[in-house]
Ligand binder design. Structure first.
Ligand code: GUN
Ligand code: ZN
Length: 764
């Protein structure tokens, strides 16, 4: 099965409006955690471990107001413990500062572990198609939620994160982190060459403006812990002008980070030399555009020369060492010992680089760092590994003094590690020869199961024994609304007995309004409305990924849906009162996206996005009398994964679709119509004011053609409607509809029934 399809179809997380999954230890504002405290005051690569590392065998952390107020022996804590303090006993566990993941791509969470390629091919084949999906804000929000869950499960409390070029991919991540109180650094990716156009910034100016706007809203925003990172993807994906803009952005506000990739893979290094022959090497490209210095974090650096490491040291730029990724993508072995040469040390942190990396866990990352160092003929001890994942990470991000330490005054982000997490670990650590040996066993055998609890700003945000913080439910109530002619408005939302998610599909057939929808566990359900009541939902038993499409045609109600990347068709026969068994339409292009169905001129027309051509729309028609399909024909090359809408009106077949984004910008919906007499489509026109609509719906009603959809405007989701007359070739201005409240960008469905106009959608 293709990963693009499964990633989209099987996501079982939630939209942006989910409640904060905080678990505040019972009531009191002061939390005191007793356990074995382990942290670093200094860099053990530069000073003896005994000086750098602190270990308090029976220690206590007292936290209030998000900060650590006391860190020291439990026996000396009197006077620091207020009467309202909640005491948590972890004497058998090791408490370290929360881990810092200094390089990770949240947008690659759903495609982690993609088979078979090295860097450049892997980007083209696996990464860029996945990142294109982040034009859909609700998809981005789902993944941001899953990503933050994974960080906390792994004991990571701060991460420096790649988003995509889409500004909303940055917003939803900061929203999610803010809800959890996490200190996250992230930014919009800048890239304007050598990738699919749909993913590129359309112009340097626009990319600059979008970044500035995000910096103004998100960087050190009051009440949040967010920090903005200027994020040119890497030299291969950026023109000189874009790198110059990145340099300008980086100095445009205090405390910004700069985050990019460098010298990861030999082919990449070679190609960068070809693109920038005027520069002395890969790192010199970044130096030239002012992209090196303190708070610059360069991922990988596997193939940096000795002189380039000197430059990193001299400028204060940090390297995020990403061993699971370097091994998985066959990139090479990072020379940690060279980088940490005490004569000219480079700041080094650990990065998971998910999805090139294969685990979110910093413990698993240490495990691979050890092996990479061993292949370079030096053993990397546990003290140094834990330093890299805590204070080393904080230092790389310019956040030492804030995070990465347990000392009083630091922010209360910490991780509780369980040396008895598994029977094997328990046996191994029982024989431990000291704290450094126990830490080593945790690094080599631990992984995320060794994380018992994770605290963010003094609150427990993850607890292994109760699993991840409770997930808000993914299913929503199916709601409906009716258009009221007299008042020219829609009636307020009303619920049905059905629950499900994504978008429902409705059409009138045989005296009832029928609704087919995804139950929330990717099975189709069905409910009907008789003008008064909705029927009890029935499970149709058909597995289906995204939203289905329905249309009455001939004597039946047809339903198209996608499962295993293939279009399937079934039909409800009102006379027999049954659904036929689904047929797999093998000639249809592979897809992961909802079909649109419309009856027109005696045929059933079906429109689909082909995922192999970056979302090109294909169509075919079905003749029920002959039981025959036409050929599947490509319609337009538009790089978008958003669904299509289709409806007959005034003797023509209308189609409306999102053209996706152009560079960083959401585009307005486009529409066109088909005349079966001449067999021609007319030109594509824009429905202005609909940018950000993922899924429109079209239906003829009362002599007009109606369109509706929902669009993100900033962080708000608006429903809108517009209409078109038979003689007027223009749509009315889309009207915001405040009566109906679809919960996500998956959209609504509209149909005329019984002389009235209805819409259905999932609501909160
Ligand atoms: N270089 C440019 N983009 C990427 C990416 O997404 N992952 C990795 N590992 N390297 C890159
Ligand atoms: Zn990366």
């Amino acid at each position: 099965m293709d990963l693009m399809d499964t990633a989209y179809d099987s996501a079982d997380t939630l939209p942006a409006d989910s409640p904060a999954p905080f678990d505040v230890p019972d009531g009191g504002s002061t939390v005191a955690v007793r356990g074995q405290l382990l942290w670093f005051r200094d860099d053990p690569f530069l000073v003896p471990v005994e000086h750098a590392m602190r270990y308090e065998k029976d220690g206590l952390l007292v936290c209030a107001g998000g900060k650590i107020r006391y860190c020291g022996p439990y026996g000396d804590a009197e006077g620091h413990l207020t009467a309202d303090a909640v005491l948590v006993d972890h004497r058998d566990k090791i408490i370290t500062p929360g881990f810092v993941d200094a390089h990770v791509h949240y947008t690659q969470t759903a495609m982690i572990g993609a088979y078979g390629e090295k860097l450049i091919e892997w980007l083209k084949k696996h990464v860029y198609p996945e990142e294109m999906k982040f034009s859909d804000r609700s998809y981005a929000a789902e993944i941001a939620h899953l990503f933050c869950d994974e960080l906390l499960r792994s004991g990571t409390t701060t991460a420096l994160v790649f988003c995509t070029t889409h500004p909303q991919s940055v917003d939803v991540l900061f929203d999610e982190a803010d809800r959890r109180g996490m200190r996250i650094a992230a930014g919009k990716v800048l890239m304007d060459r050598n990738a699919p156009e749909a993913l590129l910034d359309t112009s340097v100016e626009r990319a600059y403006e979008q970044s500035r706007e995000l910096i103004e809203r998100r960087h050190r925003a009051p009440g949040t812990r967010g920090v903005y990172a200027v994020t040119p993807r890497f030299a291969l994906a950026c023109t000189r002008e874009m790198l110059q803009a990145a340099g300008d952005l980086w100095t445009s506000a205090e405390g910004l980070l700069m985050h990019t990739h460098v010298s990861e893979n030999p082919d990449e290094v070679y190609q960068v030399r070809g693109l920038f022959p005027e520069r002395s090497g890969y790192l010199d490209v970044y130096r030239h555009y002012g992209l090196l210095g303190p708070r610059a974090v360069l991922a990988h650096g596997v193939h940096l020369t000795a002189e380039e490491l000197d430059t990193c040291s001299g400028t204060g730029a940090a390297i995020a060492h990403c061993p699971t990724s370097n091994l998985f993508l066959g990139s090479g072995l990072f020379r940690l010992r060279d980088a940490k040469n005490p004569g000219r040390p480079v700041k080094v942190a650990l990065g998971t680089d998910v999805g090139g990396g294969t685990a979110f866990s910093p413990l698993s990352t240490m495990n691979e760092a050890y092996k990479v160092a061993a292949l370079g003929n030096h053993p990397l001890d546990a003290a140094r590994m834990f330093y890299l994942a805590t204070k080393g990470g904080a230092t790389a991000l310019g956040m030492d003094g804030l995070i990465g330490s347990l000392e009083a005054g630091h922010e209360a982000d910490f991780t509780v590690l369980d040396p008895k997490a598994t029977p094997l670990l328990a046996r191994r650590t029982e024989n431990g020869t000291g704290i450094v040996d126990v830490l080593f066993a945790l690094a080599i055998l631990g992984g995320d199961q060794a994380v018992a609890e994770t605290y963010v700003a003094g609150r427990r945000a993850y607890r292994r024994d109760t699993g991840p913080a409770p997930r808000p439910k993914r299913t929503r109530t199916l709601a409906w609304s009716r258009y009221d002619w007299e008042s020219d408005t829609w009636l307020p939302d009303r619920p049905t007995p059905a629950i499900g998610w994504r978008a429902p599909a409705i059409d009138a057939y045989a005296g009832a309004l029928h609704c087919v929808y995804n139950s929330g566990s990717d099975v189709l359900h069905w409910t009907t409305f008789d003008g008064t009541e909705w029927s009890a939902p029935a499970d149709l038993g058909f597995k289906a990924g995204p939203t289905p499409g329905v249309a009455a045609y001939g004597a039946k109600l047809y339903c198209g849906f996608v499962h295993d990347a293939r279009l399937r068709m079934t039909a409800y026969d009102g006379e027999a009162g049954e659904w036929g068994s689904p047929q797999r339409i093998t000639a249809a292009p592979e897809t992961g996206f909802p079909p649109a169905l419309a009856a027109y001129h005696g045929l059933l027309h079906v429109f689909l996005r082909d995922r192999r051509t970056e979302g090109r729309i294909h169509w075919a028609s079905y003749d029920a009398e002959q039981d025959r399909w036409s050929e599947w024909r490509p319609l337009w090359h538009v790089a978008s994964f958003d669904p299509v809408a289709a409806a007959p009106f005034a003797g023509r077949l209308y189609v409306m679709y999102s053209p996706g984004r152009e560079g960083g910008e959401e585009q307005d919906l486009k529409w066109t119509s088909y005349d079966s007499e001449t067999g021609t489509w007319d030109g594509h026109r824009v429905l202005a004011g609909t940018a950000g609509t993922a899924r429109p719906s079209l239906t003829p009603y009362n002599g007009l053609l109606y369109a509706c959809g929902n669009q993100w405007v900033g962080s708000e989701l608006h429903a809108w409607t517009a209409r078109l007359g038979p003689d007027v070739p223009e749509w009315s201005t889309p009207q915001r509809n405040t009566r109906i409240h679809p919960y996500s960008g998956y959209g609504l469905s509209m149909a005329a029934y019984n002389g009235l106009l209805y819409t259905a959608y999932f609501t909160a």
